[in-house]
Write a protein that binds this ligand. Sequence first.
Ligand SMILES: [Zn+2]
Length: 324
Amino acid sequence: MGDGIGLAEALLGLDGFRVLEVHETPAELVVKIETTATVVGCDGCGVRAEAQDRVERAVRDLPCFGRPARLVWAKRRWRCREVLCARKTWTEISPQLDAQQVLTDRAGAEACRQVGELARPVSRVAEELGVCWWTVMNATIEHGTRLVDDPARVGTVRHLGVDETSFLKANRHHSTLYATGLVDLRRSRLIDMVEGNSAADLRRWTAGADPDWLGRIRVVATDLAQSYRAGLSPHLDHARRVADPFHIVRVANRTLDQIRRRVQNETLGHRGRKADPLYRIRKLLLSGAERLDERRHRPAPARPTRRRPERRGPRRLARHRSSP
Ligand SMILES: [Zn+2]
């Protein structure tokens, strides 16, 4: 492997291919390749085939040394010279490289990993590969669907979490679109996402799930909305239903805040002001007890209410007017 082409082949890492040449353009690295198969037999009759001509097919591959890379495969077209053989001509194919695709398999898998696992923007990955946004998105969907549908990914779930997520903000064409996330609470793993957040949306998902898998779920945690609780029926009737503590604490905090404002208004006759004791403890009331230090456990000392200085606006204004 003393020559440059041998090194290029080692970098290429595609069995059964060799590098013919490598050249650079301002935008990318172009690697021209061919298969190592120089002697092939006809599929139809087994007679040794004759090389007819070549046809070039370009496929995007993984970026190389920080630049987008393009493989150009000079595909051989073979011909069978046997008069009685029906095969006539054919173009070589390789399990390593599908010349019909825009991206090589390994580049597609890497694009999916970058977007799906590392949560990188599709546009950035597309730029690095030198392809359009949709090429990366399609590769993410294609390779990602296999990973998502793998039954070994989810396994047995005993504690299922169901919660809504704001999926797409409202615009002039639609209101906010919600999705429902289903999570394995013990492993903190997202199992699936469902379009919508209604009881019917959740029920459709449970209806499509494996009944044996559903049967092993013991506990389902939801928010306090009636829709999810209704949507668990009938397929998850056997599971114990609990409310997610996050939502309970949020409701408790909201109620506590309402009470604080009401007491404030009833005792002082106005909304909370900076020096009012109830106003000053508004954040303290909403903090978790475990997050309070000793000082914040003690009642706050009363702070005297300062009177506001009298406004002297009009007089000052008059002085301004008289000044040159
Ligand atoms: Zn033949």
